[in-house]
Design a protein around this ligand. Structure first.
Ligand SMILES: Cc1ncc(COP(=O)(O)O)c(C=O)c1O
Length: 380
């Protein structure tokens, strides 16, 4: 079977895990946590990083650190993994769901600007969504597939409305915007190191940013808001720290970041070059922004394709030993968020059922890519 996206654990992972066991440092204190945080901060151009137990917990802690509260609204794209919305809901807030742009698959800043201008009013104590009476507490784009939207536009909008700008950068390790990594583009950005990500810790996340004070707040929140050295706690915190075991795997993975990203980008280019003949049949590619980390790659089936057709296509590939999958179902179509406010959503709706993710593990070979291309062409 050629898998969709499996971890590549051929480096120092075992050695570092053994070291954790030998030294008994298996919990949330240990040299690997510190090293992992340093490596993530450097790779993302951030002043620091706070490693967390998962991307979702990192998102929750970051939203909390930015002051998102019960009953607030947080602006996010509808086309994302449900964890982005869940983290908002964990704060007691509700996602305000926006459409995406066709050329990035990221939240469309124009839609956000229009929605804010037409549906909100600025008051002394913040921005309020008139129809629901709720305060808008933050804007949170997602770096879909490791693509970058125009972050200058989001920064402008955030500043104009006095809102914090946070990013769900779960899939974006290795991505750059205008030649630089993304650590300083938002107030806080959150990565995931789940098993299907380019770099994995088994499970894990990290919060990065350019303001030390904010990162300190995140660290405090993720460590039960404990005031050392005694059993004093100054707020309701979370136990969201990454363990040394997770970080040991993460450090070994980070030693290969460059080569992993190279393979991800190569897979994207390979599919584009070798599936070109399918363009005449109405098939298209995933969008690639400059500096994209190309987390996942694949194709978009012709307009009008329904989810069942996409699933049938994947089933046929599976018979040939190839794992392919459909992709995120938008949040506004998910049961827990049916009633969440949303913009007009036509781009995400016309797109999501037609997306096919093709194998793109960081260990994939050209032979395997060639097999995927051959079988994909045969079926289509
Ligand atoms: C866009 C996005 N946000 C959030 C998450 C959640 O991360 P985790 O699974 O580490 O909690 C993921 C991945 O799983 C994701 O793809």
């Amino acid at each position: 079977m050629i898998p969709l996206a499996v971890p590549n654990l051929n480096g120092n992972e075992k050695k570092y895990l053994d070291n954790c066991i030998d030294t008994t440092f298996v919990s949330s204190v240990g040299e690997y946590v510190t090293r992992f945080e340093e490596m993530i901060a450097e790779a993302t151009g951030s002043v620091g990083a706070v490693a967390t137990s998962a991307g979702t917990t990192g998102l929750h802690a970051a939203l909390s650190a930015l002051g998102v509260q019960h009953n607030d609204l947080v602006i996010i794209p509808t086309f994302t993994f449900i964890a982005s919305a869940n983290a908002v809901a964990h704060c007691g807030a509700t996602p305000w769901l926006m459409d995406i742009a066709e050329d990035t698959w990221c939240m469309n800043p124009k839609v956000v600007r229009e929605e804010l201008a037409s549906k909100c009013e600025k008051r002394k104590d913040g921005v309020y969504h008139v129809a629901t009476g709720r305060r808008v507490a933050a804007i949170m784009p997602v770096y879909t597939l490791g693509n970058m939207p125009n972050m200058h536009e989001f920064r402008e909008i955030a500043d104009e409305y006095g809102l914090p700008l946070m990013v769900d950068a779960a899939c974006a390790i290795g991505a750059t915007f205008e030649g630089k990594s993304f650590g300083s583009l938002a107030d806080l950005s959150v990565l995931s190191f789940n098993g299907n990500k380019t770099i994995t810790c088994g499970g894990g996340g990290a919060v990065v940013g350019c303001k030390q004070e904010l990162l300190d707040r995140v660290r405090h929140l993720t460590t039960t808001a404990r005031v050392w050295p005694d059993y004093d706690f100054d707020m309701v915190g979370f136990n969201y720290r990454m363990t040394n075991l997770q970080a040991a795997v993460g450090v070994a993975q980070m030693e290969h970041l460059e080569s992993f990203i190279r393979v991800k980008r190569h897979a994207r280019e390979y599919y584009e070059e070798n599936l070109r003949t399918l363009l005449t049949k109405g098939v298209s590619y995933f969008p690639t922004t400059e500096g994209s980390s190309c987390w996942f790659s694949g194709i978009v089936l012709p307009e009008g394709t329904k989810l069942q057709d996409a699933k049938d296509f994947c089933a046929k590939l599976k018979e040939d030993g190839i794992e392919a999958r459909s992709f995120w179902k938008p949040v506004h179509l998910q049961k827990p968020y049916e009633d969440a406010p949303c913009s007009d959503i036509h781009v995400a709706e016309s797109l999501w059922e037609r997306i096919i993710t093709l194998p793109c593990s960081t260990g994939i070979t050209d032979e395997e890519l060639a097999t995927v291309v051959e079988k994909t062409k045969e079926i289509l």
